[in-house]
Write a protein that binds this ligand. Structure first.
Ligand code: FAD
Length: 823
């Protein structure tokens, strides 16, 4: 055997054992076997023999023998890490450690176990939950007149407030034993989505008390006394809650709030000397604040007189304060674009509260930030993702119908390629968004607090809602712009920036949370390494660090070798648990997961703590992880739905889109990677044959758009769960009425067009056209009636509102049945 074959064999063996993440001992045994064979084959001189075995013993033995490795490698390395590890504030650490990681950790690992995803049961609602959606939610939606709410009243009407409170909408997360509805996350999400498809104002009003606020915090941390008092009152709407975290000086960096509480004695309810807290605060942007009866407040607590203990700065603390407490100023409103939910500032001046108003009582003093961070994931997984899907479904159903009904250049506008392209995106994004919504709600129902997945869906679904609504506005043209009761998209358009900003503004969520937290929490070793470095117990710290750091090295090597192999073979031999239309996508996703894990590891190794400040890079990593998550949600949904043939274009469009975006973003990361050598090395390993994944094809986009332009089961599945009015006096109801009529009249219109060509005077006058066609036997009486009905329905569906010139005010609105001036 010549030297080349020896070298090839050695490289191949090393490649295979790296790929299977072989333990250090196996590396040592194989290396020893290699040296023995080399020895037998070449019969080296004694000096060379001694030198080779000497090197082997000095280098390999300490690596393979754990006690030696710990003493001579891991312990000194750990000391170095202790010196260079970036410092972290308490609020940063608590945010990082909060919540759990779930499916996204599999995607982060480089070798996702797809069986775990498919083992999750498909989302289902209980009979009681479905009855609530079919009953009270349907009734509420029918009650909502969004134009009246947003323009005329700038609030929900009293009967709607009453209905929401009475039917338990504020108590969806409260257990039945306290009088709440005790809904699953899936049902909670379905309720918010349906209401959002009708009125964003009503949806925000319903979602806030069920998201991060007094009820959620009381459930997890409240004392029994607090739970028994507040939860039943919140469940039946006797109390309206709000939660105040944001201050003028502390928005995204809410942990830096200047709002202060000082522990002291004071007078309370007639008692002269009560141990409590004197509070001063200034908060803004607080949803439901102006009408709240109980205010959840976050503040920093100080104990200068050491009345509670030795510490002076006790940290962020949360309390529940009745809004009629002396010194609380609340009730004025902000004007969040034209969406009319209650939102406003509040202040407290020397407000004295007893210690037992602290959520969880005295033992929870200073734990506020941890409590908030731990409770954030559930609400963030549900509220805004549901609202985004409500908007997406509305665009699919209503703008899709509009594109079929509205004709220009003698054709439905949906038939023009430019409009069709936008419709294809609306359908594809919505399919993807809804898949991610249900998958993430499933995680919450399984008891997870998915901190990274919830940030992914909050960010990605609101961003894609923005794209869907922009496309819908383009298609609606003037009818999306002229506000009034007929306009169903204008208010949604105005609501987009709100959803982008709240519950973690998107720029920050993308740049800091998804990957920042993901890299630490989802990575199989980084969190363990950090904990081991910080461990005060030296022996335990070294042992755990040793396991983590060497596990990490094997993991990186394995991902590097796998990434190259999968790149070379286009991942065709990856074993996945599905062979149908989704099988190939699973293989491609496995490939990108490996590439992501490898590049991310090299970025962490080479940039270390500086990565925290490189938000462009961490934001792009966030995107890759997000698109892997979204694509896996799409596949799960398609499988859960029973692989309907009609949905294949939607599934394919969404998967192709996600794969393309993820791959493209990895390339952008490499192009901008600070160390060019690493970028070159990673590029060669990960993309040996260049980029592979294209944007969804035009044919696929055409098929997705077609879903929105025809009455089909796929259209119903895509828009399932939104509110669909059947009323002919309602904006959506008009489209629903017009669409089947317009579709049924299509062939008759073609007959008529020949007639018009022959008799130009008929141009523009539908009544005369139908009459002439009837007289000349081109149409039967029934057909003429069908056509008349279609024209009338189309006219109604495309009409926009106009108002008296001097009276475009809230009160004096003149509604017209049809637009008389089509210019
Ligand atoms: C309609 C509405 C309702 C709200 N409801 C409530 C409520 O009920 N209770 C409550 O407490 N708060 C509420 N908020 C506050 C909301 O959570 C904050 O608006 C949000 O945290 C952003 O704070 P800010 O508006 O002060 O923006 P800023 O913090 O000034 O941020 C401005 C921009 O800078 C970006 N940014 C900031 N820091 C970073 C960073 N490190 N990296 C990258 N980007 C960064 C942000 O993403 C954002 O895009 C509400 C806000 C609105 C508008």
């Amino acid at each position: 055997m010549n030297a080349t074959i020896w070298i090839l064999l050695a490289v191949l063996t090393a490649w295979v054992i790296a790929a299977v993440r072989a333990p250090g001992l196996m590396w040592a045994v194989l290396l020893a076997a290699g040296v023995v064979m080399w020895d037998a084959w070449t019969q080296p001189s004694l000096n060379l023999w001694l030198a080779v075995w000497g090197i082997f013993l000095v280098v390999v033995a300490p690596l393979a023998i754990a006690p030696l490795r710990r003493a001579f490698i891991s312990a000194p390395l750990r000391r170095q890490f202790q010196k260079i590890m970036p410092t972290m504030s308490d609020t940063e650490r608590e945010a990082l450690e909060a919540g759990t990681v779930w499916w996204e950790a599999e995607l982060f690992s480089g070798a996702p176990r797809w069986e775990k995803l498919f083992a999750l049961p498909a989302p289902r609602l209980s009979t009681a939950e479905q009855s609530f959606l079919d009953g009270p939610v349907e009734e509420l939606c029918a009650l909502l007149d969004d134009w009246h709410i947003t323009h005329e009243r700038r609030d929900l009407p009293p009967e709607v407030w009453q209905f929401i409170k009475e039917k338990g909408f504020f108590g969806m997360i409260i257990p039945k034993k306290y009088g709440g509805l005790e809904f699953s996350a899936q049902a909670h999400s379905a309720v918010v989505m349906k209401v959002a498809s009708r009125s964003i104002t009503a949806a925000v009003t319903v979602m806030v008390p069920n998201s991060l606020g007094p009820a959620e915090l009381l459930l997890h941390y409240g004392t029994d006394k607090q739970k028994n008092y507040y939860l039943p009152r919140l469940a039946r709407g006797q109390e309206v809650p709000c939660f105040a975290l944001t201050s003028p000086e502390a928005g995204s960096d809410a942990g830096a709030m200047p709002d202060r509480g000082v522990v002291c004695y004071g007078e309370f309810q007639g008692k002269k000397k009560v141990l409590g807290i004197r509070l001063n605060w200034e908060k803004r942007y607080i949803t439901l604040g102006p009408v709240a009866t109980v205010l959840g407040l976050a503040f920093r607590l100080f104990d200068p007189e050491h009345l509670l203990g030795v510490e002076e700065d006790l940290g962020i603390t949360l309390a529940l304060i009745p809004t009629d407490t002396h010194g609380v100023k609340i009730g004025t409103r902000h004007h969040p674009l034209d969406i009319a939910f209650q939102n406003g500032p509040n202040w407290g001046e020397d407000v004295f509260i007893p210690l037992d108003w602290i959520i969880g009582g005295q033992e929870r003093v200073g734990q506020g930030w941890r409590m908030l961070m731990e409770s954030l994931a559930a609400g963030r997984s549900i509220s805004l993702p549901a609202l985004s899907c409500g908007a997406g479904k509305l665009a699919c159903r209503a703008t899709g119908a509009y594109a079929c009904i509205r004709k220009q250049f003698k054709l439905p506008i949906g038939k023009f390629e430019a409009v069709e392209e936008a419709l294809g995106r609306i359908a594809g994004y919505t399919y993807m968004m809804d898949a991610a919504r249900t998958l993430t709600a499933r995680a919450v129902d399984l008891g997870e607090k998915p901190s990274v997945a919830s940030a992914i869906v909050k960010y990605q679904l609101t961003e894609h809602m923005r794209r869907v609504v922009n496309d819908a506005m383009d298609i609606q043209g003037g009818s999306g712009i002229c506000l009034g009761p007929r306009n169903f998209m204008g208010r949604v358009y105005q609501a987009v920036p709100i959803s982008i900003t709240v519950e973690g503004a998107n720029l920050l969520t993308r740049a800091l949370i998804i990957y920042g937290q993901g890299a630490v929490r989802c990575h199989p070793y980084v969190f363990k390494e950090m904990q081991a470095v910080a461990d005060a117990n030296e022996a335990r710290g070294v042992r755990v660090f040793d396991e983590a750091i060497f596990g990490h090295m094997r993991y990186t090597l394995s991902n590097a070798t796998r990434a190259f192999w999968l790149g070379l073979t286009a991942a065709r031999w990856v074993r996945v648990p599905r062979s149908g239309p989704t099988g190939r996508y699973l293989q491609k996703l496995s490939r990108l997961s490996t590439a992501f894990a490898f590049i991310s590891d090299i970025a962490m190794l080479s940039l270390g703590g500086a990565l925290k400040r490189k938000e462009k890079i961490s934001g792009r990593f966030a995107d890759v992880l997000s698109f892997l998550y979204l694509a896996s949600a799409v596949i799960k949904r398609f499988e859960d739905d029973g692989q309907p043939a009609q949905d294949i274009p939607l599934m394919r469009w969404a998967c192709d889109y996600c794969l393309h975006e993820a791959e493209k973003t990895l390339v952008v990361i490499l192009k901008n990677f600070p160390t060019k050598f690493f970028a070159w090395l990673m590029g060669g390993l990960v993309f040996p044959g260049g980029r592979r994944y294209n944007v969804p094809s035009d044919a696929m986009g055409h098929a997705c758009a077609a879903t929105l332009l025809e009455l089909s089961a796929a259209r119903d599945r895509l828009t399932q769960g939104m509110y669909v009015s059947k009323s002919p006096s309602d904006a959506i109801g008009r489209l629903e009425t017009a669409l089947p009529k317009v579709i049924a009249a299509e062939s008759l219109e073609r007959l008529l067009s020949k007639l018009i060509e022959q008799q130009p005077l008929l141009h523009g006058d539908h009544t005369a056209q139908v009459q002439a066609a009837l007289a000349q036997g081109v149409l039967s009486a029934t057909q003429a009636e069908l056509l008349r009905a279609a024209y009338a329905a189309r006219r109604e569906a495309i009409a926009v509102d106009d108002f008296a010139v001097d009276k475009v005010s809230k009160k004096n609105v003149r509604r017209k049945a049809a637009n008389k001036n089509p210019s």
